[in-house]
Design a protein. Sequence first.
Length: 431
Amino acid sequence: GFKEMSVNMTKHVLFCIKYILEMQDSDPQPCDPPINNTATCVRNQLAVYYDNKWGGLVTGWYDRFAFDYCEGCDNPEGYNPFSNYGNAFYNDHHFQYGYVVKDLAWPLYLINVKGEDLGLTPGQVKNLTLQALAYAREYGNPDPVADPFFTFLRHKDIFDGHSWAEGYDYSGRILTWVNQQSGGEAMNSYYAIYLLGLALNDSNVRDWGRIQTALEMVSIRTYQLLANETEKQSQIPTKEISKNYRCLSILFGNAVSGATYYGPNPQFECGIILLPITPITRELIDPAWAGATYDWLQFHLNKGGVCVYPNPLNMSQNPCGGSYGPYWWGNEFACCPTNVGFPNNQWRSYPDWFPFMYLILAMNNTKEAWQNLQISDPTKPTPALPFPYLNSYGNIVGYQQDLSRTVALFTVATHPQPTKASKTKYSINIV
């Protein structure tokens, strides 16, 4: 039954993340120098250490500016500091540890609130609780005086209301300064703290997470989910938004960008702001914005064509189509490179991101979104979901890896059909 399935899946999650919960028995040691430049040091990137220098949990040691970067460790020769997205110099901690906190909140909720037996001893439950709180404190600490091990809200900019994903290394971005791309991951990191508070029956943790989630949500709506209307002129689209953006994917300290770090495709731009899809996502997306944005995504899809070869619907060669031009060299990557060479092709749409487009639609038209997500045979593509197909490496392409079919269908099936009034007026309301 559903109860047994939930318990078994939770046990599996705990097994998968056990490696980042293990206490290290020694400080990380420096790597040996490479031999004739043919070998590099390989470390366990899941090993987590407390950094006495800056006060944080890091998955690898790296000395960016000097050999005394951290206490009790040395600069590891050959170690790539950008592994784990630069976790070692404090990039993306709220993104990464937010997933950990959310994954730990669920078993603690089953144990503390639902009374389920996950086969853990009282000591193991206590340890799991302390670990969940440690990760939550790492990026969401409310009081650095009472808790001096971690700084106050490590990534949050209280003035702007949203977080910055950048750590302490600005190399290559001197002019643009700090940045954040995935607003959805930031919002969900604080939502995870809220869920942890529910799991622990702790109103302080719960409400702190709720407040930070709301702040992040309002800021994402304000700065990243852009509307084709202004407060005073609701029927007049702003020129730049109409032409370029509905989803402003990257915020910089003194700049903005409508691209992403893997291409400027409109589906990328919107998807990276929204993922991961969780129950809080429906509170973020305004029905009126969703309807207009879906139409905007469809416009670019029809103009740019689909990045897939061969066409999975008829298994014939498909030179991308669309009105940007017939640039095509025989596979989906040459057809649609995302970063170099052929700027027009960067706008073409990738089928594995289509479900994100339909989840946006669901916030405005649940019935149509549900129909677009339906399949009768998981091996046969449909016009709305032109996958699975084989890419040039022979790999099967289906749902984009940040979203599952189960989550997509559950989100649409449990979302009420928006009212007529909410579908036509863009508003920001956080309850």
